[in-house]
Ligand binder design. Structure first.
Ligand code: MN
Length: 261
């Protein structure tokens, strides 16, 4: 541990104070979980995840007169969620979701806005040159930080049909996925869509290149983010909090962004 320039407790107190007095905004990037939360639909013969479901145990009634509670039924990869390396065959020897160092769950974020391109072309694929243009304007990608890919897709997230859009949604080219995962210092990729890969990525080489390259490199994925339009291109800090499901491949995740006002 390096010696801090601040008195004991000062940094944590400054953080709490800045949140309390509003000088630090807290932007919730998480979609609400409900039975209408869109989920990925794989074609036959592949198995699919279940939708999110609440099962009532009691609600101030004979089953529990003074209390209300539910069981939840959910997949690991439902709604706003975290992909751990073991989710993919290329990362099978890597971390499960409970093994991720909590210090990596608080990290800076770069926000790349491709919402105009995705509005013109819902199958838009981000290329390496787009990221290089972002770096020319904003500086290098943050080491150990997230690349958040804004496409405007969050506007569709309350409507499963529009969100899944017949299997057409934006993503990254294979080259861009491989380059980001293997040649840049980012921690992972965050997207607004149902998965980190484009809707058409089952036909790419390799199939699902974001999953294949990022998870294979020990990096992470965040999906179904919203409110990225409220973040600066750089300077936000993300708090991504997946449940520590022992042996799990991912988890629904609360994702908060801390932004200087
Ligand atoms: Mn996933």
């Amino acid at each position: 541990m390096t010696e801090s320039a601040f008195p004991a407790g000062a940094l944590a107190a400054a953080l709490a104070g800045a949140v309390a007095d509003g000088s630090l905004d807290v932007v919730d990037l998480t979609a609400p979980l409900s039975e209408r939360t869109p989920i990925l639909q794989l074609p036959e013969p592949f198995a699919n995840t279940v939708p999110f479901t609440l099962r009532e145990i009691s609600r101030y009634d004979e089953r529990g007169p003074a209390w209300y509670w539910n069981d939840i039924v959910t997949g690991e990869h439902v709604g706003t969620h975290f992909d751990a390396p073991v989710h993919w065959a290329t990362g099978r020897d890597g971390e499960d979701v409970a093994q991720v160092d909590p210090r990596r769950l608080i990290a800076p974020a770069a926000v790349l806005d491709a919402s105009a391109q995705a509005a013109d072309d819902p199958g838009f694929l981000l290329q390496i040159d787009h990221v290089r243009e972002w770096e020319k304007a904003h500086g290098p990608l943050p080491g150990g930080g997230w690349l958040l890919y804004r496409t405007g897709w969050d506007a569709r997230s309350d409507d499963p049909d529009a969100f899944l859009n017949g299997g057409v949604w934006p993503g990254l080219s294979t080259d861009c996925a491989r380059w980001l995962a293997e040649e840049t210092p980012v921690l992972g990729l965050g997207v607004e869509t149902v998965g980190t890969d484009a809707g058409a990525a089952h036909g790419f080489d390799p199939p699902f290149p974001c999953h294949s390259h990022f998870l294979g490199a020990g990096k992470y994925g965040l999906t179904q983010l919203r409110n990225l339009a409220r973040l600066p291109a750089r300077g936000a800090v993300l708090v991504a909090a997946p449940l520590p499901i022992a042996g799990g491949s991912g988890s629904p995740c609360r994702v908060l962004a801390l932004v200087d006002r």
